[in-house]
Design a protein around this ligand. Structure first.
Ligand code: MN
Length: 278
């Protein structure tokens, strides 16, 4: 199933050009899909179909309990970044849950004069709590998959700062349930900026694949339903400072497109407390 959140709080199943309204109501700030995942209940109703083109898709999980990132998880990206270490030495990082946006929304650049990059990534949505899960059983904890961008400022701060600006984690356009993705380690990912192909790679090339990421992450912290794991980006990252649109497309999952807005960017030297303690 392709499960979408649309029109401020409805859950729908997307089939072809239609979306079937299945439930909604007052889900709170974490959104209706989070409340569905927390409850563990199945979809029991299936309303009328409306054209997908007539609804406004929202982030499937606007406030995930955690967003876990995988640094330097493709060898070719390690080479382009001249990174001395990979995920094996770096471990994982966390992004603020407040950084999520949905399809069609805008990534807001914080700085006029610091490079900010796109990182197209496969995202995993956890469906069942996981703690110290072995690799062989890790995929049993996956609810589904979606497309993600891990937007990143290239400055000196810790990853959790550089990647946590509001709007820096676009997710969508929907979550494809795990039964439709038998092998998350065999998906083509493409990322375009203003229509220009920048990233094209297979998840075969992940250093830690999805089962290894879940096993490792769950050895550090309990994974909860709704947690999102960003699996890392392949080679081809680059600046979006002059860009207008970014799209990431993943085989079997879909295509997520967002715009870029530099309207509120400030000079890096004007950020709060710049230079204090230097
Ligand atoms: Mn990344």
């Amino acid at each position: 199933m392709r499960i979408a959140v649309f029109d401020s709080g409805r859950i729908g199943i997307v089939e072809g050009v239609d979306v079937f309204d299945v439930c909604g109501g007052d889900p709170g700030p974490a959104g209706p899909l989070q409340s569905f995942l927390d409850s563990g209940r199945p979809f029991t109703t299936r309303g009328a179909a409306v054209p997908l083109s007539s609804v406004r898709l929202a982030a499937p999980l606007p406030r995930p309990p955690k967003i876990i990132g995988a640094p330097v998880n493709y060898a070719a990206h390690r080479t382009e970044m001249a990174a001395g270490q990979s995920i094996a030495e770096l471990g994982l990082f966390l992004k603020a849950s407040s950084s999520v946006i949905g399809p069609g929304q805008a990534v807001r650049l914080p700085y006029t004069d610091v490079r900010t990059d796109q990182e197209g990534e496969l995202a995993v949505v956890i469906g069942r709590a996981a703690w110290h899960v072995p690799v062989e059983r890790a995929l049993e904890h996956v609810f589904g998959y979606t497309c993600a961008l891990d937007i990143t400022v290239r400055s000196t701060e810790d990853r959790s700062t550089r990647k946590s600006f509001d709007t820096f984690t676009p997710l969508g356009p929907w979550v494809v349930t795990a039964d439709e993705v038998p092998d998350p380690g065999d998906l083509m990912l493409r990322c375009r900026v203003d229509g220009e192909l920048r990233q094209e790679a297979s998840t075969r090339d992940l250093l830690f694949g999805v089962p290894e990421l879940i096993a490792y992450a769950s050895s550090v912290c309990t994974l909860w339903p709704g947690d999102v794991i960003l699996t890392g980006t392949p080679a081809g990252v680059g600046p979006i400072n002059e860009a207008r649109s970014i799209e990431v497309e993943i085989e079997r999952i879909g295509r997520l497109e967002v715009s870029v807005d530099a309207g509120q960017a400030i000079p890096y030297a004007d950020r709060p407390r710049a230079g204090v303690g230097a």
